[in-house]
Design a protein around this ligand. Structure first.
Ligand code: ZN
Length: 241
């Protein structure tokens, strides 16, 4: 097994291309995408089309559902909502139809791996898994060895030992036979962990590893300015917050 797991592209075509170019140099079985193809950034159509072309499995996230009218966007903050409305206005009918087919949760590799955008417990209500206590609760809502998720744009690896003890790994972990794992793949297109480089995860039979890839942040910011997208969304890409 050797998969690349991508999440939260958020219409950032430059970041997605940089990640895919990085993956071209590596031996990868399949690319898996955990949702939020759109929202925030300037290239929703290009990102959806490229993701469909390159990924084996594609999930939907809360921003995708927001654009499709499948989730209430009144709980989004004012900047996210503005970007959703702008995305709605430029999204092609064909891409909107494609996006509608993405599930919010998927089992794969004979049940070894669960993919979800937000949480295994309630994938359609878009809760965040941000504390060890959240992780402890959620470990009881799936039986797979690995659960990959995104949504918070902050990568982490949480391992649960048979004793119930939990270990947090920051950038990489070797896989133990007896361990179970919740892995946040971070965000390709809008990292929020203080590192502005695009983020994704590679898993093979032995290791889980977070990978960072630099991309042309300024090019994306210039496109966003041209489309009058909110300044806060433009500026945060430089600092990864
Ligand atoms: Zn997101």
């Amino acid at each position: 097994m050797r998969y690349a797991v991508l999440s939260d592209v958020h219409s950032n075509h430059e970041a997605l291309e940089a990640v895919l170019t990085d993956l071209d140099k590596k031996q990868i079985e399949d690319i898996l995408f955990l949702g939020d193809a759109v929202g925030y950034g300037p290239d929703p159509n290009e990102c959806i089309e490229l993701l469909i072309k390159r990924c084996k499995i594609l999930l939907a996230g809360n921003h995708d559902w927001g654009v499709l009218g499948l989730t209430d966007i009144s709980y989004f903050n004012v900047y996210a909502r503005a970007a959703i409305l702008w995305t709605k206005s430029v999204l092609t009918e064909k891409n909107s139809k494609s996006l509608k087919l993405f599930p919010v949760k998927k089992d794969m590799k004979k049940g070894d791996i669960l993919l979800v955008h937000s949480t295994p417990k309630e994938p359609e209500t878009w809760h965040y898994l941000s504390t060890l206590w959240d992780a402890e609760i959620n470990f009881h809502y799936f039986g797979n060895k690995f659960c990959f998720l995104g949504h918070s744009h902050q990568p982490f690896i949480i391992e649960r030992l048979p004793s119930g003890e939990m270990v947090t790994h920051k950038e990489s972990a070797s896989i133990r036979k007896s361990g179970r794992y919740i892995i946040n793949a971070g965000s390709v297109g809008q990292p929020r962990d203080g590192d502005p480089r695009a983020c994704y995860v590679i898993i093979d039979d032995k290791n889980i590893e977070t990978v960072r890839v630099p991309y042309d942040v300024e090019a994306v910011q210039n496109k966003m300015r041209k489309e009058d997208l909110p300044v806060l969304l433009i500026e945060r890409l430089s600092v990864g917050r």
